[in-house]
Design a protein around this ligand. Structure first.
Ligand SMILES: NC(=O)c1ccc[n+]([C@@H]2O[C@H](COP(=O)([O-])OP(=O)(O)OC[C@H]3O[C@@H](n4cnc5c(N)ncnc54)[C@H](O)[C@@H]3O)[C@@H](O)[C@H]2O)c1
Length: 365
């Protein structure tokens, strides 16, 4: 049965975006936040969003008013009792999220799906806090959630097939493009996006180029609309560093670069400047470092069965706007070139050759 009523816990950046996207597709949304101001701000953001959509002819004025009316505030957890799906989007803190799920569990019906929008925690670890882990999963929306189509639908160790299918259907019904993936640090997309930004910082630390030069090479090498330093300044280096630190259990290749730690810990931005002419040999060295940053984690996640090659590339194109996503790039370069590109990282960080390297050339069939 289609989901019609959801609860969203945490009406910040992501909770607001999720509410806006869902209500625009006919879903009744109850928003709960620890701060009373947050609901008013979320409603204001929604009204502005729908108002602009109506002005631009993307929705009728009646539909805009109806969507806005579907978003209501919840005064207490008990108000979420009639939800068919509850999405948690509170601060990224395990204990806080665990407490939220503990408080939610006795309130909702036994059939209610419960999802976390965590970026950095393992879904299965949070799932262990739930009395009914089979209906718990990850719904990782990409920012801005009101317009970014991609949602990683993350199957935790205990998630049932039925809950997973229902969450996929909910995403499709609300205009989203769901990426099915298994639970692993970084899921399908941050798994390679974070190391790619980290390799950019390592290339800087190793004197291969300035941030502006590395950004310029990235546009060509991986088909990025904007280079990694520019993008990190939008995300905020502090938040990117937090996401990279979260990947630490995956091994030393994922450890943050020195400049990444300095910039992120200082809550500073990268100083980018202008790029001049870059000698071809140096541009090639930078390109290979950035490619290794994408390719090695992608091959590893293929070995781990986190997501299918088509899914990874689709997410890279849609969520990150990469014109040359990792699997397609590797297929077009071929196994020998990819092996040569990742070889320095394998040696430096003592990483085993990923088995998926043998499939390069026909990853996408
Ligand atoms: N911002 C992003 O780009 C992004 C992208 C994907 C996923 N995420 C994840 O989404 C989650 C939320 O991130 P955000 O950027 O929206 O954070 P945010 O700081 O904008 O909003 C968090 C909201 O949670 C509320 N809150 C805190 N404790 C609460 C509680 N006990 N009960 C109810 N509300 C509570 C806060 O008042 C705040 O309004 C995090 O887990 C984050 O990692 C963020």
């Amino acid at each position: 049965m289609a989901i019609e009523r959801i609860g969203v816990i945490g009406a910040g950046t992501m909770g607001t975006g999720i509410a806006i996207a869902s209500a625009a597709h006919g879903i009744n949304v109850k928003l709960l936040d620890a701060s009373s101001d947050a609901i008013g701000r979320a409603k204001q953001t929604a009204d502005t969003f729908y108002g602009r959509a109506a002005e631009k002819g993307r929705m009728s004025a009646d539909d805009a008013a109806a969507a806005s009316a579907r978003i209501t505030g919840a005064a207490a957890m008990a108000d979420l009792g009639d939800s068919e799906l509850v999405i948690e989007a509170v601060f990224e803190d395990f204990d806080l999220k665990a407490k939220v799920f503990g408080d939610l569990a006795p309130v909702v019906d036994a059939s209610c799906l419960v999802a976390t929008n965590t970026s950095c925690l393992k879904v299965s670890d949070l799932q262990a806090q739930m009395p009914a882990p089979e209906r718990f999963l990850g719904l990782h929306y990409f920012s801005p959630a009101q317009i970014n189509p991609i949602v990683e639908v993350v199957k935790g160790d205990g998630t049932s097939d039925a809950a997973f299918a229902a969450a996929m259907a909910f995403c499709q019904a609300t205009g989203k493009d769901p990426l099915p993936c298994r639970d692993q640090y970084g899921f399908a997309i941050n798994r390679f996006f974070c190391p790619y930004t980290n390799e950019a910082a390592r290339a800087l630390d190793d004197g291969l180029g300035t941030p502006a030069e590395i950004d310029a090479v990235a546009k060509e090498a991986i088909g990025a609309a904007a280079g990694p330093f520019f993008v990190m300044n939008i995300i905020k280096p502090r938040i990117n560093l937090h996401a990279i630190r979260n990947l630490a259990p995956l091994g030393p290749f994922y450890a943050p670069a020195a400049s990444m730690e300095r910039t992120g810990d200082a809550d500073a931005n990268w100083e980018i400047g202008e790029a001049g002419e870059i000698p071809a040999e140096r541009a090639q060295a930078i390109a290979n470092r950035l490619r290794a940053g994408c390719f090695l984690p992608t091959l590893q996640e293929l070995d781990e069965g986190v997501a299918e090659p088509q899914v990874i590339d689709h997410g890279a194109r849609e969520a990150l706007k990469l014109a040359r996503p990792p699997c397609a790039s590797m297929d077009s370069l071929g196994k020998d070139k990819v092996a040569a590109i990742i070889a320095p990282a394998l040696e430096t960080y003592g990483v085993a050759v990923p088995k998926a390297l043998d499939r390069v050339g026909h990853l996408l069939g």
